[in-house]
Design a protein around this ligand. Structure first.
Ligand SMILES: N[C@@H](CCC(=O)N[C@@H](CS)C(=O)NCC(=O)O)C(=O)O
Length: 217
C-alpha cells in the first residue's frame, strides 16, 4: 500500500503523482493544506521534519521524502515503464534537466520563500508575483535553450517516451501557466507539454484535478 502526503497545488507532489500513475501504482493521497499551514503542525512534522510535501509511505516503511529521490526509488523498484534511460549518458542528461526545474527554480517559489519575502523582507503582493513569474520564466527559458539544442530531445524531453525530466518540466510549466506565462514563447517546451497532457497518467495528476483545488482558475 502506498500513501502520499501531498497538496493539490504542490509541484513536487505533482511530479510524484505522475510517476505513480505512469507506473500504474494505486495510492492514497492525504492533502496537507499548505495555505492553512498544516505542514507546520506537529502531526505532519512527525512525518516530515522539513515541513514540506510530498512524503511517501510504502508498505508501512518510514516516510520517504524529496520528490526526485522518491521517483528514482519507484523507478528502481517498479521497472515498467522506465523513467530513466538505459545508458549512463542519457541518465545524466535526464537528471540534469530534472534538476534545472526541480532544484534550481522550483525552490525559489515555494510557500516558505514567499512567506519570507512577505513577512521578513516586506515584499508586497505585486513584488512577490513578479518574483514568482521571473523564476518560472527563467526555468522555461533555460529548458527551452537546452532542449532545442540537444539531439536527444524527442517528442518528450529525452527521446520519445516520458522520463523523469518530463515530470519535472510539467510541474514547472503548469505552475507558470497558472501565473499567466504563455508557453508559446518556448516552442519546444510547449510541444512537450502538449505531448504530456495527451497522456492520461499526466492528465489525471494535474493540480487542478486534485481534491481541494479550486473549480476554475
Ligand atoms: N525539494 C523538495 C521540495 C519540497 C517542497 O518544497 N514542497 C513544497 C510544495 S511544492 C512545500 O511543501 N512547501 C511548504 C512550505 O514551503 O511551507 C521536493 O522536490 O520534494
Amino acid at each position: 500500500m502506498i500513501k502520499m502526503y501531498g497538496f493539490w497545488r504542490s509541484a513536487a507532489a505533482f511530479r510524484v503523482r505522475i510517476a505513480l500513475n505512469l507506473k500504474r501504482l494505486a495510492f492514497e493521497e492525504e492533502m496537507i493544506d499548505l495555505d492553512a499551514g498544516e505542514q507546520n503542525l506537529p502531526a505532519y512534522r512527525a512525518v516530515n521534519p522539513q515541513e514540506v510535501v510530498p512524503s511517501v509511505i510504502i508498505d508501512g516503511a518510514p516516510p520517504m521524502y524529496e520528490s526526485l529521490a522518491i521517483i528514482e526509488y519507484l523507478d528502481e523498484i517498479y521497472r515498467d515503464p522506465p523513467l530513466l534511460p538505459a545508458d549512463a549518458r542519457g541518465r545524466a542528461r535526464v537528471r540534469a534537466l530534472s534538476l534545472i526545474w526541480a532544484a534550481d527554480h522550483h525552490p525559489l517559489i515555494v510557500p516558505r520563500v514567499r512567506r519570507y519575502l512577505a513577512e521578513t523582507l516586506g515584499v508586497d503582493e505585486p513584488g512577490r508575483t513578479a518574483w514568482i513569474r521571473h523564476w518560472f520564466a527563467e526555468g522555461l527559458r533555460i529548458g527551452e535553450a537546452r532542449m532545442a539544442a540537444d539531439a536527444e530531445t524527442g517528442s518528450f524531453c529525452h527521446g520519445d517516451t516520458p522520463t523523469m525530466a518530463d515530470l519535472c518540466l510539467m510541474s514547472q510549466a503548469m505552475g507558470a501557466r497558472g501565473f499567466g506565462i504563455d508557453l508559446a514563447a518556448y516552442p519546444t517546451v510547449a510541444r512537450i507539454v502538449d505531448a504530456c497532457l495527451a497522456q492520461d497518467a499526466f492528465a489525471r495528476a494535474l493540480p487542478l484535478r486534485q481534491k481541494g483545488a479550486p473549480a476554475a482558475h
